[in-house]
Design a protein around this ligand. Structure first.
Ligand code: SF4
Length: 376
């Protein structure tokens, strides 16, 4: 029920639906602190805005007009009151804290590192590929870098870049996600080697992998033995006809192929460690909820990612899902996962900045598994 959401939680949904207006004073304050890194890393669609923390440990990546045209109509404002950030929309008000970007995002460190690693909140994402062997029309990767530029990034350079992110003096990464791009079949062995190298190189740092389960790329027992933390096998779209339109190659593998892999991974890795993301707003609410149920039934953790149109893609002019749709999906998905004793992921609070949830685990509590990120 709507009354179940706190003001900060309602503000998050409003921000995801309509975007954020940043007052000149708040922008100056953040810009000074970011030493030229800008409001956000803006490296892909759902991370295009600043990461903010609101009351009640609500984290949000707020779309801003700098990268998302729809945010020009935003009614939610980030402002500066004295020496504190505050966010308001009508009678909804919350203090806000800006999540600092790491030092290596500053322009004087060059773009080379950020072509390999980007930190969001307390997690660094490693992109081991340039471009992608697939072309999903909601994703900027194959449009920013077409298939003709496809290239593996050297494993030693990937590990060295991760070392910089983990040791960053401002915002050290406390966990790692390897994600972005699907390799060609001939490069599957390179990816297996990359996964092993990263896990071995950072023994105290949890490593997650997000990957399309093309044959051979994910060695479940081997990764479990090596110490993999979590795995994400994203369905993205549950409706078959819609999937054929927006993710043709994934459609060709078939839905059961994904669900079977999710079930196998959940059995191998144990409860709560296999996630699957669905994009909210690319298909009907009923289809998204059917996907939530299918993932939970197979022992996976559903993750809801509000679709954010990226101007570089064919879906760049689509509208993001509205507040009512987000609220409806969230509340009904919560009822579904409750039936299975599951939860809507992820459970790491800072990593919920671009997802439709509030970081509550299966026990209903928000728990920080890592040191709190540095905030302004
Ligand atoms: S497989 Fe992943 S990285 Fe490649 S186009 Fe699809 S969503 Fe983007």
């Amino acid at each position: 029920m709507l009354s179940d959401l706190t003001p900060a939680q309602r503000l998050k949904l409003l921000l995801l639906a309509n975007g954020l207006a940043v007052s000149p004073a708040a922008r100056r304050w953040i810009t000074d602190a970011a030493h030229g890194a800008g409001l956000s890393s803006a490296d892909y669609a759902s991370t295009s805005g600043p990461i903010l923390k609101l009351d009640d440990d609500v984290w949000v990546n707020a779309p801003v007009q700098d990268h998302n045209a729809f945010a020009a109509q935003a009614t939610t404002v980030l402002d500066l009151e004295g020496d504190r950030l505050v966010i308001h929309d009508g009678n909804l008000v919350s203090p806000a804290w800006y999540c600092l970007q790491p030092q290596y995002h500053e322009p004087n460190h060059g773009r080379e590192l950020m072509n390999l690693v980007v930190t969001h909140g307390d997690r660094v994402r490693l992109s081991p590929l340039r471009s992608c062997a697939m072309t999903c029309t909601f994703c900027n990767v194959p449009y920013d870098d077409p298939l003709s530029t496809y290239q593996l990034k050297p494993i030693d350079a990937c590990v060295a870049a991760l070392r910089v992110a983990v040791d960053d003096p401002i915002q050290p990464a406390h966990h790692i996600l390897i994600s972005g791009g699907t390799p060609k079949p001939k490069d599957v062995e390179n990816h297996r080697e990359l996964y092993r190298s990263v896990i071995e190189s950072f023994p105290g740092v949890p490593v997650d992998i997000m990957m399309v389960p093309i044959p051979g790329v994910i060695d479940l027992p081997g990764l479990k033995t090596a110490g993999l933390n979590d795995l994400s096998i994203n369905l993205e779209v549950y409706d078959r006809a819609r999937q054929q339109e927006v993710a043709r190659q994934k459609y060709n593998w078939g839905r059961d192929y994904y669900l079977d892999f999710i079930e196998q991974a959940a059995d191998t890795l144990g409860p709560g460690r296999t996630r699957s993301m669905l994009l909210v707003g690319l298909e009907s609410v009923e289809s998204t909820l059917a996907g939530v149920e299918a993932i939970a039934q197979r022992g996976g953790v559903p993750v809801l990612s509000p679709f954010r149109p990226d101007p570089a893609t064919p879906l760049g002019d689509m509208a993001p899902p509205g507040f009512d749709q987000l609220l409806d999906v969230y509340q009904r998905a919560q009822e579904i996962v409750d039936k299975y004793g599951a939860f809507i992921g992820p459970s790491c609070p800072p990593c919920t900045h671009n997802t439709l949830n509030f970081g509550t685990g299966a026990d209903g509590n928000v728990t920080y598994g890592y040191p709190h990120p540095a905030m302004l």
